[in-house]
Design a protein around this ligand. Structure first.
Ligand SMILES: C[S@@+](CC[C@H](N)C(=O)[O-])C[C@H]1O[C@@H](n2cnc3c(N)ncnc32)[C@H](O)[C@@H]1O
Length: 469
């Protein structure tokens, strides 16, 4: 039988009715809080603008709403480490898993700074770099190992200064300081480049001479190297000194802060190796099912971190499936225990609404009505992999532990995919109680293309609160 849009709407309505009492519009959850925006003025968090991150205030909010005061936290998609640092500031120990080297680097460097017991010495060191600008006197510059997709990303003078800056870093004796300085560079790469992170890919300014014929994209001001780097050094220094900020950094005296541990790699590989009943709280935001390709948008940073062509391709495939390029992951049955693998697979296969959507998209694909045929595989694998993660999370969480997830609903070929309800249904099978699904007051629209063809229907952006039974 052919699955029509009407059928999908009908199934979605039924699912919505099932969760009616749980879907709660939460006026506290402003868009700024659930995005990186609220971090823009927060000491520490504002250094590297991780656009896909949420704010530390959201973590504070979740901890306080769920009255969570002690225990160990985990974030399997740690990104720039917002959950980890916000929790540690409350004195909670936190473990993060992150696959992308830029995310892991941000966390590790912030951790070095966060845990340093000699901010005075670091402050003096940074102050000296601002005053002396040691890179300017360098004769030659170290070459950046560009990737195909980053070649030509910087104006010539910038590329030259960038190389000199790397040279100057090499001469610093203290290993941690070298890493901090490279981090400062990572923080400004986008603003000194011809590119802008644009979700699915890296967008090139017309001044680069790159891009398809007739490229007219103008990203606005492209900052000069010295201006950008000095500004960043000053911002960091000012946060470390506690100037111009709303609260101290770290918020509490050091003795009270929690410990942060970062596990580098895919959570699909790492979660199965963690002990059962180990964690008291999980807060996370996985990649959304929206085709955003982190390995492209973070390519400048990855190149600077010496990720080569092979490694970036591998990373792209190891990422949670959320782009049309992701292939089926081959070894999942070997990563997970037989029981988790079977149960998660069953929950995925038996999720009626999801299977109808997949069938609908398959038909669209066969009729060549899908703007990219890879969308079907992406949607399928997104939910399949997330099911495995949900089941594995249930295993590592203690009884009564909350699981908090931020995610967006999406729409393809006119079909609204209620990611929140589908995952909540799977979570129930995995042994969670769906306590509430906080809905942001105004949903998120979709691309104008979608709206034109199918009329505007708000897509929910939600924070799900589940609890391990
Ligand atoms: C929405 S972001 C998380 C942002 C984070 N909440 C923050 O505030 O910085 C999702 C993250 O998941 C990471 N990721 C994607 N696939 C992964 C995987 N298989 N294992 C671990 N991390 C993964 C991405 O690299 C990205 O950093």
């Amino acid at each position: 039988m052919v699955v029509t849009l009407d059928k999908i709407q009908e199934l979605n309505k039924k699912l919505e009715n099932r969760f009616r009492g749980k879907l709660i519009v939460n006026q506290d959850l402003k868009r700024t809080l659930v995005s990186f925006q609220a971090n823009k003025k927060s000491p520490g968090y504002r250094w590297y603008k991780f656009k896909e991150g949420y704010s530390s205030a959201l973590v504070d909010y979740a901890l306080s709403q769920l009255n969570f005061k002690s225990g160990k936290i985990i974030d399997p998609f740690a990104g720039s480490g917002t959950s980890l640092f916000a929790s540690a500031e409350h004195g909670l120990d936190a473990v993060g898993i992150e696959l992308l080297p830029i995310g892991a680097e941000i966390i590790e460097v912030r951790k070095i700074i966060f845990e340093s017991n000699n901010h005075n010495k670091l402050n003096k060191f940074l102050q000296k770099w601002i005053e002396n600008k040691p890179w300017i006197g360098e004769k030659g510059g170290r070459k950046i190992n560009h990737l195909n997709i980053t070649d030509g990303a910087f104006p010539e003078t910038t590329e030259d200064l960038l190389g000199k800056f790397l040279n100057a870093i090499d001469q610093v004796k203290n290993k941690n300081y070298r890493r901090i300085l490279r981090f400062v560079l990572l923080c400004v790469l986008e603003e000194i480049s011809f590119t802008r992170k644009d979700g699915q890919y890296l967008r090139w300014d017309y001044r680069s001479g790159r891009g398809y014929g007739g490229n007219k994209f103008n990203k606005g001001i492209i900052k000069g190297f010295n201006q950008a780097i000095i500004q960043k050094l000053q911002d960091i220094l000012s946060d470390l000194k506690g100037e111009d900020v709303l609260f101290d950094f770290p918020k509490e005296p050091k003795e009270k802060t929690g410990n942060i541990e970062i596990l580098k790699g895919s959570c699909l590989t790492i979660l199965p190796n963690l002990k059962s009943d180990e964690f008291d709280f999980l807060m996370t935001s996985p990649p959304y099912c929206n085709r955003y390709d982190y390995t492209r948008t973070y390519a400048l940073e990855l190149a600077l971190l010496d990720v080569d062509e092979k490694k970036i391709r591998d990373l792209r495939q190891d990422m949670m499936s959320c782009t049309v390029e992701n292939k089926d992951k081959q070894n999942l049955d070997r990563l997970f225990s037989h029981s988790t693998f079977q149960k998660a697979g069953k929950a995925f296969e038996e999720q009626k609404e999801l299977q109808a959507i997949i069938k609908y998209l398959e038909e669209k694909k066969n009729n060549k009505e899908l703007n990219n045929p890879g969308i079907v595989r992406m949607v399928k694998n997104y939910f399949y992999e997330t099911s495995l993660i949900i089941f594995e999370s249930a295993r590592i969480l203690k009884k009564g532990a909350p699981f908090v997830m931020v995610n967006d609903n999406v729409r393809y070929a006119g079909a609204n995919i209620p990611v929140d309800l589908i995952l909540s249904d799977i979570a129930q099978k995995a042994g969670f109680d769906v306590e509430k699904i906080w809905v942001l007051p105004i949903g998120k629209g979709n691309s104008s293309q979608q709206m034109g063809a199918h009329g505007r229907e708000e897509l929910r952006k939600c924070v799900y609160v589940w609890r391990k039974l």
